[in-house]
Design a protein around this ligand. Structure first.
Ligand SMILES: [Zn+2]
Length: 41
């Protein structure tokens, strides 16, 4: 395990930058609040 990443994936969204949510039957992308949608910490 000699891997060293400079930018670690966000622990909240696992580097995805957000998650799909559903509201009133509509699907929308909700950016992660922890990393502001960047996916990195
Ligand atoms: Zn995040």
């Amino acid at each position: 395990m000699g891997k060293h990443k400079k930018d670690e994936d966000c622990s909240s969204c696992n580097g995805k930058g957000g998650s799909w949510k559903t509201n009133d039957g509509k699907r929308f992308w909700a950016p992660c609040a922890l990393c502001n949608g960047s996916g990195k910490q």
